[in-house]
Unconditional design. Structure first.
Length: 395
């Protein structure tokens, strides 16, 4: 037994977890109530990422010795890693009770409480961990997370900054500052912290997508596209990614690439009204009114209240010279108290082509009443048509 444990300890020292497991299995078979063997077996299985086996070994150690602090702590941490915060809580609470002066127990208990939705209790644990070890950066970051959860932005930012002063490479603290800045509407600060976080944690697809969307909001199209395309190469299944690329390329004026990405987005999510609307607008920019009409109609089938889709459909029909179909849609749009003057010009033109002189005249006059030099070319055309239409109406 002594030889087996010695061999196992040596294997653990050199991180040869498989060899350690082999020796420790023999040890627990020879002496089933040997606590150190069960504890070490749990540690070795954890090193091999065999979490279920590690859990069973730690539980066995605690059955033999319920007061074993390290087993309670390690089992709680393991269960947290397994995303089972509810199961982790009692073990971490016990660890904190067994050794109240150990900052690690309070740190991980705080994390379990956060994961279990108990931010106020977690905040107390993080504060206690920092009192015991003022240099424990993860505790400062955890404190920041609980403060942010309670919308205490200044205090949260201070805690995250404290964490980074203790450990400049602590990714979770950078992310916390990014979240805080974004919640406060400080977009440039949020961009800076997201970018720094991604240097530390480059595989976080959600954070990269959020950074790209911040760039889009700031109309920083090239950085946005760079982040989105990088994400596409590694995490192509991120929801909304292809649609965001379609938006970015449309804003950049690269409508061929925009069309490509919108098509891919619609293949993944065909039931989004606004996505069909955006694709329709790109097709209009490519001078493809027939295709645009189809997309706007699909958008309105999904959401009849999508006003921008109504505008797009009206424009498509107008460009296709289907004035009798376009006119009722434009009539619907001009009912809005904030209707753009240009809509009245389009309405007038529709009625003009349909030879409905009185409606055309009224729409042209309404356009001129509203435009006031905003669209000089259209205003000149409207004045000429008003003169001619007045003559014809008075005949």
């Amino acid at each position: 037994m002594t030889v087996l444990m010695h061999d196992a300890e040596q294997a653990l020292d050199r991180k040869d977890y498989a060899a350690a497991v082999d020796r420790l299995k023999l040890a627990v078979q020879a002496a089933p109530d040997t606590v150190p063997a069960w504890f070490d077996l749990g540690y070795a299985f954890t090193g091999l990422h065999q979490n279920d086996e590690a859990r069973a070994a730690y539980e066995k150690a605690l059955q033999v010795d319920p007061q074993l602090f390290e087993a309670s702590l390690n089992l709680g941490i393991l269960l947290l890693d397994m995303k089972d915060a509810a199961a982790a809580l009692p073990h971490l609470e016990k660890a904190a009770a067994l050794k109240p002066a150990d900052p690690r127990a309070h740190l991980y208990l705080g994390r379990a409480l956060v994961a279990n939705g108990e931010a106020a209790k977690a905040q107390s644990e993080f504060r206690q961990a920092l009192e015991l070890d003022p240099k424990l950066a993860p505790a400062a970051s955890g404190l920041g997370e609980t403060l942010l959860d309670q919308n205490q932005y200044a205090e949260a930012a201070s805690a995250f900054q404290q964490a980074l002063s203790l450990d400049p490479g602590l990714a979770e603290a950078e992310l916390g500052l990014a979240d805080t800045s974004e919640d406060l509407g400080q977009q440039l600060e949020a961009e800076k912290h997201f970018a720094q976080y991604l240097k530390l944690q480059s595989d976080d697809a959600e954070a990269r997508f959020r950074l790209a969307n911040l760039y889009l909001q700031e109309n920083k199209l090239d950085p946005a596209i760079a982040e989105l395309e990088r994400l596409e190469q590694v995490h192509a299944a991120v929801p909304g990614l292809e649609a965001a690329l379609g938006d970015a390329y449309a804003l950049k004026g690269d409508f061929a690439d925009s069309e490509q990405h919108y098509r891919q987005a619609l293949a993944l999510t065909p039931s989004q009204s606004d996505l069909h609307r955006a694709f329709g607008e790109t097709l209009l920019k490519e001078n493809k009114p027939a295709g645009a009409e189809s997309e706007f109609r699909r958008s309105l089938q999904i959401d009849p209240r999508n006003v921008d889709a109504v505008k797009g459909l009206a424009t498509s029909l107008y460009l296709l010279k289907r004035y009798s179909e376009a006119a009722p849609l434009v009539e619907r749009l001009v009912q809005s108290p904030v209707a753009a003057p240009g809509l009245f010009f389009i309405l007038a033109t529709c009625y003009d082509h349909l030879q409905d002189r009185e409606r055309a005249l009224a729409a042209y006059q309404h356009f001129l009443d509203l435009s006031h030099g905003v669209s000089p070319d259209q205003e000149w055309q409207a004045r000429q048509r008003v003169k001619l239409l007045l003559r014809e109406v008075r005949k």
